[in-house]
Design a protein around this ligand. Structure first.
Ligand SMILES: *Cc1c(COP(=O)(O)O)cnc(C)c1O
Length: 402
């Protein structure tokens, strides 16, 4: 049991709390599932990019999947070795590509023919060879929320099979490109195994047809996307997940790369807020708390469900309330018609499953400083990011005030 009251008395609210031991157990479970093969788990840094969180995964042997050069720098700072760092993303600037090549990371995940040309030109300019992987869009419906679905042709991600093959042939003939991997990532919060299996089969077949052309890849990158329980979702069993993927690789000598984000961190995280007051507008009851959409955007962005728990001495029955923050937007809510007892000023409200796509999606909207972040490990709590102050928020502007 986490003592939220004690943590709040020390670190104040709003506050993010991450259970690093939970992250370890998720990491180990997934890593073990793949143990029949060589594998690297490359933690998807965007899920929670706090340096201490990345460091924690680095110590467990994890690699990093990064979607900006900033994330690549975070991965290095946190101690992830270059040969376990991947750089993905649909739009990379020349400068990002250059830096990634200079840092000699494992590979760049290329997402279009135009990008392949840019990488080649930049590698040539640097007089070197760049290891690449190509993100294939298998055109499989992942059956998840459309905003987090990425594996269909009407999404912006990856290239179709025919294009991928052309790109591999081009890369293989280039002095400055070394095609080492193949990648797919069909979406996030996946709760069905079938689309993953079907995608892996399609991509593995492409690997075989490349072999026939004497293009020998080393890495089979299955992306991330494993779903977690926010409420009552069906979960993919990690062992079955790994078995399904490995079954498609018969006869192929490939290292499996997996890029979990949410699976490793979401349910390790709690977002804790204080009750400011309750109010009633007509029939509707609102609970106004000191956390807001600038701290945790998922409910506003995707109407995402988060389990919410009150820490209170209240003995009242539960009633349906809308839990809202102070930001001036109607979208600033954590839950609608959520059953909670009557709460008073300074009672705590704990939002669960907040360890992924929580803090990182935060902003300073309404000139609100971002929350502090605290890590729990072996029963000890420690601060891993200070609460932002007003001075932090204006630091880049105040010199221009005439
Ligand atoms: C976001 C992302 C991931 C991680 O997704 P999760 O759903 O958090 O596991 C992995 N790979 C790529 C390329 C991504 O864009």
């Amino acid at each position: 049991m986490i003592d939220f009251k004690k943590l709040v008395s020390e670190y104040k609210t709003p506050l993010y709390i991450y259970d690093l031991d939970y992250m370890s157990s998720q990491y180990t479970e997934l890593k073990d599932a793949f143990k029949a093969r060589k594998s690297i788990l490359c933690y998807a840094v965007k899920a929670n990019s706090n340096l201490s969180v990345i460091r924690h995964f680095a110590k467990l042997g994890s690699g990093a999947d990064c979607v900006s050069i900033g994330e690549v720098h975070r991965a290095f700072l946190a101690g992830i070795p270059a040969y376990k760092i991947i750089f993905s993303g649909v739009g990379k600037t020349d400068d990002e590509i250059r830096q990634a090549i200079e840092k000699d990371i494992l590979y760049i995940n290329v997402e279009s023919e135009a990008e392949l040309s840019r990488v080649e030109i930049i590698a040539k300019d640097l007089d070197t060879t760049c290891r690449i992987s190509i993100r294939v869009n298998p055109n499989i419906d992942p059956q998840t929320h459309p905003y987090i679905s990425t594996g269909l042709h009407d999404n912006k991600f990856g290239v179709d099979l025919g294009t991928a093959k052309r790109m591999y042939i081009k890369a293989n003939n280039s002095q400055n490109l070394n095609p080492v991997g193949i990648h797919f990532h069909i979406g996030s919060q996946l709760t069905e195994l079938k689309p993953i299996y079907e995608s892996a089969e399609i991509v593995a077949d492409l690997v075989r047809s490349l072999q026939n052309l004497k293009i020998q890849l080393k890495f089979f990158d299955v992306g991330g996307g494993l779903g977690i329980k926010y409420k009552d979702e069906n979960l993919i069993d990690t062992y079955e997940y790994a078995q399904a993927i490995l079954a498609t690789l018969k006869g192929l000598d490939l290292t499996v790369i997996c890029e979990p984000g949410r699976f490793l961190t979401a349910n390790a995280g709690y977002f804790v807020s204080k009750v400011l007051y309750e109010k009633q507008n007509g029939e509707k009851k609102f609970l106004v708390i000191d956390g807001a959409m600038n701290d945790l955007l998922r409910p506003a962005l995707y109407s995402a469900y988060h389990k919410i728990e009150a820490v209170t001495d209240s003995k009242s029955d539960v009633r349906a309330v809308d839990i809202v923050g102070p930001v001036c937007e109607s979208g600033d809510f954590f839950a609608k018609d959520y059953p909670l007892p009557e709460l008073s000023h300074n009672d705590l409200v704990v939002v669960h499953s907040a360890g992924a796509y929580g803090f990182g999606m935060g902003s300073n909207y309404n000139t609100r400083g971002r929350s502090a972040e605290v890590a729990l490990e072996n029963g000890e709590a420690r601060l891993i990011r200070k609460r932002e102050t007003f001075d932090d928020l204006i630091a880049l502007e105040k010199e221009f005030l005439d």
